[in-house]
Design a protein around this ligand. Structure first.
Ligand code: MN
Length: 498
């Protein structure tokens, strides 16, 4: 999936000229070793670039402005090897506009008990210098990530790697453009929202098109292209006729192939990375886009159903943040559908009418053609499968009228106890943390939607850090959630975000 740029992160070490050239030579040598080893670790998803030690107001200001101007720089990692008087950082920080990480580390892991003297202490005093620097960043109210520990520790490297993905989300959010192929479903509240405020806060461009404008692109797809794609589908997926005539079945599948090709051409030409549809507003399209949307999501497009542009943008954002994760398990649009309330087996069956992304699939994927219980079109073809087991994060971005709130829920995906042979849609089944009862109660109290953007490959910490960088409220529902505290948090946030 294309996410725009070949991003890099700058590593900037702070010091001052009080310590003499010999000390500054060592500071530079140490920070170069750290950068080299971080790059060699294989843990970081992006390259770290060493920058000369920052020792004066002028150099700090110049470096931060160069970081702003370099379109491949996705963020700056700062570390005070020695003491760096923090007033030197004010002008640079004031002008800096990209993600900031404070790696609170130290070159040596252990105190050299036998040899330590005052020279060593003066040269290795990040415990001291990083506090001075941290103070000014806090005083200036600048959002940043603080990561503490020895730079060679795998856990520290993994936290840095995780923050890098958040930083990419922050950088790329303003490049997300959502194509609305229909308006929001009539009378539905939670899929609505302030599109101007979304552009101010997140940088999202959200535009509407008459459905028939994109339907013309579908009509213009050649029979040869459609047949070639149908062949690909028949090679790749199992065909579950379930008593339908094979030729009639194939014709239904071909409609989705035409939609996939036509939609993708439209989105590419007009530079959109996410889209919404609505089953009640299909113009001249013969079927609700099902299989076609599933394949577009697999290619990296964000999607929201019934005009839900907020979720479409969130799915795209989370796909960007999770891109190229080793052994990725997938990111998708979902909808809370049906509960299992049997004690000890509680969970939520996740699906949608059709549109679940195949990246989350576990095992073989089948094509089925079934009637849609809503709308007035012909039976759409769709991809059917169940999803992987394991931990994931479900998010819902809601507009509360005066602000956005991101609700972030840790969930555990499981296999359902039995197969569901009559259900012709892709499904996941998860239990929200800390339990279905508390998780769902908290979700409802927070005003969470029935649509979610879900990923196995991201964490609640990453999503919360992204929200903080966007300047919006985020609430976490996880193993530590209690309803009493959660209600207070919502009450206090109502004041904090007024
Ligand atoms: Mn829906």
């Amino acid at each position: 999936m294309r996410t725009g740029k070949d991003y890099k992160f700058w590593f900037c070490t702070g010091s001052q000229d009080l310590y003499g050239d010999e000390c500054l030579r060592k500071v530079a040598e140490h920070s170069k070793i750290i950068v080299e080893e971080l790059n060699k670790s294989g843990v970081l998803p992006f390259e770290v670039v060493w920058k000369p030690t920052l020792i004066t107001n002028e150099v700090i200001r110049k470096t931060f402005n160069e970081a702003n101007a370099d379109e491949n720089c996705a963020g700056v990692i700062t570390w005070m090897h020695t003491f760096s008087p923090a007033k030197s950082w004010i002008l640079g920080l004031q002008e800096y506009r990209k993600p900031l990480c404070h790696l609170h580390t130290q070159f040596n892991e252990e105190i050299p008990y036998d040899t330590i003297d005052m020279d060593f202490m003066n040269e290795n005093q990040s415990a001291h210098g990083d506090r001075e620097y941290g103070h000014i960043v806090s005083r200036m109210g600048i959002e940043r990530k603080v990561i503490v520990g020895h730079w060679a520790d795998k856990k520290v490297q993994e936290r840095l790697a995780s923050w890098m993905r958040t930083a990419i989300g922050i950088m790329e959010s303003s490049h997300i453009r959502v194509c609305r192929i229909a308006d929001n479903m009539r009378n539905v509240a939670v899929t609505e929202g302030d599109k101007v405020e979304a552009q101010i806060k997140f940088g999202w461009e959200i535009d509407a098109y008459p459905v028939n404008e994109i339907a013309e692109y579908v009509d213009a797809v050649s029979e040869g292209d459609i047949n070639a794609l149908v062949e690909e589908y028949y090679d790749k997926y199992e065909i579950l006729l379930e008593g339908r005539d094979p030729e009639e079945f194939k014709k239904h599948v071909a409609v989705q192939a035409g939609i996939e090709i036509g939609f993708e051409k439209f989105l590419e030409e007009k530079n959109y990375q996410a889209l919404v549809t609505h089953f009640g507003d299909l113009g001249s399209l013969k079927q609700l886009p099902g299989l076609a949307i599933q394949r577009l999501m697999e290619k990296g497009y964000g999607f929201g159903a019934e005009g839900d542009w907020k979720t479409a943008a969130m799915v795209r954002l989370m796909k960007i943040m999770a891109a190229n994760t080793p052994n990725a398990k997938g990111t998708s649009f979902f909808e809370d559908y049906t509960y299992n309330l049997v004690p000890g087996k509680e969970g939520i069956l996740q699906a949608h009418m059709l549109e679940v992304c195949p990246t989350v699939a576990d095992g073989p994927i089948s094509i089925k053609v079934n009637p849609l219980s809503m709308g007035d079109r012909e039976d759409p073809a769709r991809l059917v499968y169940t999803c992987k087991e394991g931990h994931g994060v479900a998010t819902s971005l809601v507009d509360l009228g005066n602000r956005f709130r991101l609700i972030i829920n840790d969930v555990e995906c499981k296999k359902t106890e039995k197969d569901m042979p009559k259900l012709p849609v892709a499904t996941a089944f998860w239990t929200p943390e800390p339990s279905l009862a508390t998780g769902a109660e908290a979700w409802i109290l927070a005003g969470g939607a029935h649509h979610t953007a879900f990923s196995y490959d991201l964490t609640a910490e990453q999503m919360g850090d992204w929200a903080a960088a966007m300047g919006i409220e985020a609430v976490y529902i996880d193993k530590d959630t209690t309803i009493r505290n959660f209600k207070n948090e919502l009450r206090w946030n109502a004041i904090a975000y007024k």
